[in-house]
Ligand binder design. Structure first.
Ligand SMILES: NC(=O)c1ccc[n+]([C@@H]2O[C@H](COP(=O)([O-])OP(=O)(O)OC[C@H]3O[C@@H](n4cnc5c(N)ncnc54)[C@H](OP(=O)(O)O)[C@@H]3O)[C@@H](O)[C@H]2O)c1
Length: 291
C-alpha cells in the first residue's frame, strides 16, 4: 500500500510518519515539498506518487492569527483540501483528513455527535468546515477524523507551554470553563494506523464519512494544567488557579464545550483512543527519557 502523507513535520504528521511506516511504502512531504496553498503542486505530487491512501496532516492551525489572515487559512484548509480531495477521487485513493472540535459553537451541554449541526465561532473553524464540505462534494473515498486539543512532545501546544511556565512561575491562571479532551498526537496517529491495518483502504472507503476521534474522557484547560503540574511533581510549589474565559481574552472566540462523542468510531470501526490521562502520562514519560 503506497501512502502519501502531507504535513510530516506537524504534531500529528511526525507521529504518523512513525505509525504509518510499517503499513507499506510511505512518501511523506513537509510544507516545502508539498504546499497546500499551491494547487499545481498538489496535483503534481498526487499524480506522480499515485498513492492508494492520502493522509492529510497539513493544515493552517494558528487559530488566533487566522482572524486577521482568513484568506491564508481558507487557501490551505478549504481550497487546498478541495484539490486534494479531487485528486484522491481521480486516483481512486482513500483520503484520511483531520478536522476539529472548533466546527461547533460549544453551546450543546453534552458531547457532540457527528450528526450535530456545525456552527464555527472563528475563522479557523470556518475554514476547517469548508474543507470538510469540499471533501464531501468531491465524493472521494474519505475519512474525516475530528479531533481536539492536540499536543505532543514537540510543536506549539498547551502541554509544552504549561510545562515551561511551571518551571518559571509560582502561579498559573488557567481557563476552567472550556471543556474538551486533550488528545496526544501519538494516540491519534496510532488510531489512524490501526484503522488502516484492521479495515484496509477499501473498507474504510465504503464506510466513508465523519468520525470523532479524541482521547476518552474530558477535562477543562485548568484540569489539564493541574494534571501536568502533578506529573511534573510541582503541584505544591506552583498554584494552578481556575479562571473564567472572560479573564483570558483571545482574538478568536472558542467553544465552551469541545467534547466530542467517540461512540461512532468505536461502534462502527472498532477503534478507541486511550483516556486522556493515560496518554498524557505516556507523553510525559517520553520527554523524561533520554533520546
Ligand atoms: N492542534 C490542535 O489542537 C488541533 C485540534 C483539532 C484539530 N486539529 C487538526 O489536526 C490536524 C493536525 O494538526 P497539528 O496539531 O499536527 O498541527 P501542526 O502541529 O500545526 O502541524 C500542521 C502542519 O501543517 C503544515 N502546514 C501549514 N501550512 C501548510 C501548507 N500551506 N502546506 C503544507 N503544509 C502546511 C505545517 O508546516 P510548518 O511546520 O512549516 O508550519 C505543520 O507541519 C490538522 O488538520 C488540525 O486542523 C488540531
Amino acid at each position: 500500500m503506497r501512502i502519501l502523507l502531507t504535513g510530516r513535520n506537524g504534531q500529528v504528521g511526525l507521529e504518523l510518519s512513525r505509525s504509518l511506516a510499517p503499513l507499506g511504502e510511505l512518501v511523506a512531504y513537509d510544507r516545502a515539498e508539498l504546499d497546500l496553498a499551491s494547487p499545481d503542486r498538489i496535483v503534481a505530487a498526487v499524480r506522480s506518487v499515485k498513492p492508494a491512501v492520502l493522509v492529510n496532516a497539513a493544515a493552517y492551525t494558528a487559530v488566533d492569527r487566522a482572524e486577521r489572515e482568513p484568506e491564508a487559512a481558507h487557501a490551505v484548509n478549504a481550497r487546498g483540501v478541495a484539490v486534494l480531495a479531487e485528486e484522491a477521487r481521480r486516483a481512486g485513493a482513500l483520503l484520511i483528513h483531520y478536522s476539529t472540535d472548533y466546527v461547533f459553537d460549544g453551546t450543546k451541554d453534552a458531547p457532540y455527535v457527528e450528526e450535530d449541526a456545525p456552527h464555527p465561532l472563528n475563522v479557523y473553524g470556518q475554514s476547517k468546515l469548508a474543507g470538510e464540505r469540499a471533501i464531501r462534494e468531491a465524493d472521494c473515498a474519505h475519512l474525516i477524523l475530528r479531533t481536539s486539543w492536540v499536543y505532543a512532545e514537540r510543536g506549539a501546544n498547551f502541554f509544552l507551554t504549561v510545562r515551561r511556565l511551571l518551571g518559571e512561575k509560582e502561579e498559573l491562571r488557567v481557563v476552567a470553563d472550556q471543556v474538551g479532551a486533550p488528545t496526544f498526537a501519538g494516540a491519534l496517529a496510532d488510531a489512524t494506523a490501526k484503522l488502516l491495518k484492521d479495515r484496509g483502504a477499501q473498507e474504510l472507503g465504503e464506510r466513508r464519512g465523519v468520525y470523532h476521534a479524541t482521547a476518552s474522557g474530558s477535562t477543562s484547560w485548568h484540569g489539564f494544567a493541574t494534571a501536568i503540574a502533578r506529573l511534573e511533581g510541582v503541584e505544591r510549589r506552583v498554584r494552578v488557579v481556575a479562571i473564567p474565559s472572560e479573564a483570558y481574552p483571545t482574538v478568536a472566540r472558542r467553544p465552551r464545550n469541545s467534547r466530542l462523542s467517540n461512540d461512532k468510531l468505536q461502534r462502527q470501526l472498532g477503534v478507541a483512543l486511550p483516556p486522556w490521562e493515560v496518554s498524557l502520562a505516556a507523553c510525559h514519560a517520553r520527554l523524561a527519557r533520554p533520546s
